[in-house]
Design a binder for this molecule. Structure first.
Ligand code: SAH
Length: 351
């Protein structure tokens, strides 16, 4: 067992089985042994590749979508340009580069990055170079002003809980120790979940995600702005999607706590419901492929590609395909935007 595995086993021995949410939070963000605290997960040499690391076009198009929304909403004199969970900082760097020519956008923006890992904060600082930015731990610390925000593959890292329908009601799937290894156990639960589902059904919930959605949506409803949320998942939670990824391979979620990325598919329905309850509008869910096409990725790809030759051009075409094609990220990844009650939906979502 890893050092973190021993710590978690000791905690369970002392106080009993823990929820998957507690397990996930320990594995990802433990201050000494956590995955995001200690690892460099991104890119071909890491554990997974994200859209902004595949092509600069992703950040360019999302950045222009935010800038156009800012202009459409009256070009607020002061606003927050925020990202949740910026990883290496590539997406924000591309957003800033693509919007350099938008009159007033940079001068009026306070760039704020919401990042829990001190190590990744350093990396993001390096990527942004001398562009002024500030870091906060949580969305509740974002300034009270219009909020233009992007979150790519952030919500999938938030702690989930799993519930399983059993003969007598619902049970929670918790982490226990058996034969000195970590594994799943069931514990009766009073969680208010629908009762008309067949035995064996598994439902995942992500309250931290709903709270974050509600907080940013409340800010947008109050002061204006847009939030673009991109992630893999679907409208509703569908069964067990808790997974560990290491070196681009799926692993046992309990095998090596702290050394693999742990995620779950995002359920966009509950996020949209939380946003609407907070007074904002939420768009219909759209695939990443459709949004990027609506924002003009084909034309952008062609322009960029026209300046390239040989293997660079091949890689560029491959990246375009990877971001948009239904067999690659195009359909698995979905997107939803939040926007104010009295405003039109952001570009790309309005078709
Ligand atoms: N958005 C990036 C990286 C996604 S990985 C990209 O597209 O490449 C998830 C990111 O969220 C990491 O930066 C991780 O440190 C951060 N993170 C995970 N849980 C968090 C939390 N609870 N609060 C703040 N940041 C968190």
């Amino acid at each position: 067992m890893s050092a973190l595995g021993h710590l978690i086993a000791a905690r369970i021995a002392a106080t009993g089985p823990i929820t998957l949410a507690d397990y996930m939070a320990e594995c990802l963000l433990h201050p000494v042994h956590g995955y995001y605290t200690t690892r460099e997960p991104f890119g071909t040499a890491g554990d997974f590749i994200t859209a902004p690391e595949i092509s600069q076009m992703f950040g360019e198009l999302l950045g222009l979508c935010l800038a156009q929304s800012w202009a459409d909403q009256g070009a607020a004199a002061r606003f927050t340009l925020a990202e949740l969970g910026p990883g290496r900082g590539t997406l924000m760097a591309d957003i800033l580069r693509a919007t350099r020519g938008v009159a007033g956008f940079h001068a009026r923006a306070d760039v704020v990055l919401v990042e829990a890992s001190p190590r990744l904060r350093d990396l993001q600082r390096q990527t942004l170079g001398d562009h002024p930015a500030r870091w906060v731990d949580h969305v509740d610390a974002l300034p009270d002003q219009p909020l233009f925000l992007v979150a790519n593959e952030f919500f999938d890292a938030l702690p989930i809980r799993q519930f399983q329908r059993i003969a007598t009601g619902w049970a929670e799937r918790v982490v226990a120790v058996r034969d000195s290894a970590l594994g799943l156990a069931l514990r009766p639960s009073a969680e208010p979940l629908p009762h008309d589902l067949p035995q064996g059904t598994i439902i995942e919930t992500c309250r931290p995600g709903e709270q974050i959605a509600q907080s940013i949506a409340a800010q947008i409803a109050r002061a204006g702005g847009v939030a673009l949320i991109v992630d893999y998942g679907d409208w509703q939670s569908r069964g067990d999607t808790f997974q560990a990824l290491r070196a681009h391979q799926y692993h046992d979620v309990f095998a090596a706590p702290g050394s693999a990325d742990l995620t779950a598919h995002v359920a966009f329905g509950p996020l949209a419901a939380a946003a609407r309850a907070a007074g904002a509008q939420a768009t219909a869910m759209m695939t990443q492929g459709d949004l990027l096409q609506n924002l003009g990725i084909a034309a952008r790809a062609e322009r960029l590609g026209a300046q390239m030759t040989g293997t660079a051009r091949d890689a560029h075409i491959r990246a375009y395909h990877r971001l948009t094609h239904p067999d690659e990220m195009g359909s698995l990844f979905k997107t939803v935007a939040f926007y104010p009650p009295d405003q039109p939906s952001p570009p790309g979502f309005d078709l």
